[in-house]
Design a protein around this ligand. Structure first.
Ligand code: CAA
Length: 260
């Protein structure tokens, strides 16, 4: 399947995944979801990769939601498959072994907000707008929104947003902890890139294992999460990167990590 709605650009150790379907404000139809899944699966196996930016094409929308025209014709059975596809895509993105930053450049509504929530953290441009307005259409978020938003901002905020369908601006999204930083649109990709470059200077194995420890532990009892952390901490002591990082510190020079 040739990509027409999703563009992947790899520059050195970083990849940018851009949803580019302007006629529908980058809305996610089945084809676009399949392209996103393929793009993420392709990136998952790249050992040289250090980080990913997910963004939308243009200056108006990140992703304006799942495609309403396509959903209009669905019965419950088709909707079950569509929801499963959307959840799977978000899971594949969330499970990427390297940091994934959402650079939200406009409307991130419904499935668009859910795509941003599948990333490790979200930076937004000043014109960004967030919401889960599915109840306006008589449905509920179906690509993970009821679960990931709740885990990120808490039950009451998630309920307020999902019950009202309110669309909030970037400043409000930052206030409730959905977004980490808000910058003018021309600076958005630079902001995301700068974070990945800072991360890219650190031990690549340590970053991957830190992500694993945080994500695997987040929904567990503290004691079980600490068990995961203990294992990850100890495992890394067998790595060349650990020896190099500590040796470089003691020799007062910058480390040269190899990812092994
Ligand atoms: N699906 C399909 N087409 C969409 C779309 C969507 N989610 N969002 C926008 N479009 C289309 C519009 O139909 C319009 O197409 P035409 O030019 O052919 O009429 C084009 O994109 C431009 O949109 P508007 O004219 O509406 O632009 P606007 O500036 O007036 O409004 C907007 C922008 C507020 C984002 C508005 O487009 C909108 O409300 N979009 C729908 C948002 C939404 O409800 N998203 C949730 C979808 S449900 C979902 O995502 C379920 C899930 O969890 C899986």
């Amino acid at each position: 399947m040739a990509e027409v709605n999703v563009r992947v650009q790899v520059e050195g150790p970083f990849a940018t995944v851009m949803v580019d379907r302007p006629k529908s404000l980058n809305a996610l139809d089945s084809r676009t979801l399949q392209e996103l899944e393929k793009a993420a699966a392709g990136l998952a196996g790249r050992e040289d990769l250090r980080g990913v930016i997910v963004t939308g094409a243009g200056e108006k929308a990140f992703v304006a939601g799942a495609d309403i025209a396509e959903m209009m014709e669905m019965d419950a059975d088709r909707a079950r498959h569509f929801g499963a596809l959307g959840q799977r895509v978000m899971d594949v993105i969330a499970a990427l072994p390297v940091p994934v930053v959402a650079a939200v450049n406009g409307f991130a509504l419904g499935g668009g907000c859910e795509l941003a929530l599948a990333c490790d953290f979200i930076y937004a441009s000043e014109n960004a707008r967030f919401g889960l307005p599915e109840v306006s259409l008589g449905v509920v978020p179906g690509f993970g929104g009821t679960q990931r938003l709740t885990r990120l901002v808490g039950r009451a905020r998630a309920k307020e947003l999902i019950f009202t369908g309110d669309v909030i601006d970037a400043a409000k999204a930052k206030e409730i902890g959905l977004v980490l930083e808000v910058v003018p649109l021309p600076q958005l990709l630079g902001q995301a890139r700068s974070a990945l470059e800072r991360i890219g200077k650190k031990g690549p194995l340590a970053i991957r294992r830190a992500k694993e420890a945080i994500d695997r532990g987040a929904d567990l009892e503290l004691a079980d999460g600490l068990t995961i952390e203990r294992k990850v901490f100890a495992d890394l002591f067998d790595s060349a990167d650990r020896r190099e990082g500590m040796k470089a510190f003691l020799e007062k020079r910058p480390p040269v990590f190899t990812g092994r």
